[in-house]
Design a protein around this ligand. Sequence first.
Ligand SMILES: [Zn+2]
Length: 337
Amino acid sequence: MSARFAVDDLWMGHRYGPTVLEEVAGRLRPVESGLAAAQRSGAPRLPGAVMPGIVDRHVHLGLVAAAALADTAVVEVHDLGWIPQVARSWKINSPTGGLVKIAGPFLTAVGGYPADRAWAPPESVRGLAGPEDGVRAVEEAAASGHDMIKLVLHSGGPLLDDATLVAVVRAAHGHRLPVGVHAEGEGQARRAFEAGADILVHVPWTESLPDDLIAAMARSMTWTSTFAIHPDAGRERALDNAGRFIRTGGPLHYGTDMGNGPTPVGPRSEEITALGEAGLAGDALLQAMTSSPGRDGLPIRSAVHALLPLPNDAAEAVAWMSQARRLVGVIEEGAVA
Ligand SMILES: [Zn+2]
């Protein structure tokens, strides 16, 4: 392919309009924008629009036919709990053709959720006997190249105590590993926040959080949506919490909990629609669904293309992402001319 090509529209954090893109060492950078500039450049043209693909920040690859993701606009997934050896193999040999980040095992109380669930293989769950055991689990994750730590606080069964929570978070931060918490039941989201966790891997859905707690969380945490997995009441509560989180400046990200029940392997329309219901549109919506390109540009493997105008709202984003394909494959087929 040519190192330079023009597209009708580009979104990389904001909308560029007609743009000449340059690929250098696997990364895409906008060179110049505007219709006149694109025409003047004489660069070959790829009709349609380009943007970063979807990052699904909550999946369980071990429970889905991961290879089916390879043809979709989901270019990056974060696996939040599986057998560590298997999860590590996904980082070396990606079953999705895209980027896979992993948490490794679920860290939970001894006998705690999800140790009692049929879908969770025993090796995917690590019960922590106390703070020292928690630190050991983090050291092992760091030494094995895991990307984050996943903690579980699920009411109705054994729960980790605060000392263990804090020890795990401190150890993780010592290794620059973010900590994502599954917080279910009264007071568990607050416990995760007070222990210093970075991410709630589900927007809180079992209780309505007070405004002051939400505002405090918005300053130090990100939340991952997973709205579509909940039945109506939980979904409404989650949407209400998320709406207030967004309005006070909290970063909400797209995540589906793919593998939890019969979830589609690819972009989940109901999840994107719910992001819109929570209050996201325009650049904020696209930011919630993607990763921000680094200073040296967008990895070309993370870019997607569709023959549609760029989406402005959730309904358009649903249509766009369902048609979008990975840019690398589009270019290989000779669509740039
Ligand atoms: Zn999950």
